[in-house]
Design a protein around this ligand. Sequence first.
Ligand SMILES: [Zn+2]
Ligand SMILES: [Zn+2]
Length: 270
Amino acid sequence: MAPPFRRLLAAEIVVAPGVDTDSLGTFSGEIPRKDGLVETALMKAELAFDTLDVDCAMASEGSYGPIDRVPLQAGGVEIMAFIDRRRGLRLVETMSTHRTNWRMWRFRPRDPSLPMAARALGFPEHGVFVMRNSDYSEPVKGLETLEQVTAAVDREAARSDDRLALMIADMRAHRNPMRMKVLRALGGKLARRLGRLCPRCTAPGFGHIDSRRGLPCEGCGGPTHCIDFEIDGCSACSHAVVRVRRDGRRMASRLSCLPCRESLLGARHS
Ligand SMILES: [Zn+2]
Ligand SMILES: [Zn+2]
């Protein structure tokens, strides 16, 4: 996070001491709603004010897991919240990604495929957790060598009701270089946004706040699900401006329009 903030904003990042973010929830095995992630990230950022006398704080929150529609494919979303309590700013930037080593594997004791699976997760550069398949409440963390991972898998499998151990990628950012890369990119996005000042009140962070759908259909002029225009806004003074689509399109294709598409396909079938 530090390099883009230093380069683009001449801002220095300091890590807040004594913040226990685990109190806001840890590994749960399921993907929470994005709204939940945004709330948690903002609450995390607020925690920094307990131990640091600063105007601004930020925190990140991420969630990774399988993608429902794409078998064997994982993805995730990273959220970064920024608060400037003096100006009353609360900003959130997000980034979706398919770049992740998120995976889970189940093993019986002494499974010969364990070393290859660990390497596929990026171990030892990327961390792994091992836990009983019947109970996720006590993950074994801090495993540094393949011998330690093997011993943990054998032990946890033996303790599990179904004699299986679960090995999962450690998604904590400090043990996951792929997450670090995504967070670095998101940090750059947030720093660039903070570099844009509101044209009315000059507060930092002027940028995209909403997209309106309903781009008119070229055939019937009715609204489609395509984005019609974007709205840039200020989170301090609520000034907002409408911005046309970057690609300059003012009409949607008839294929994006439900009534027109049905009559087009209907004509083709008859
Ligand atoms: Zn139409
Ligand atoms: Zn403003």
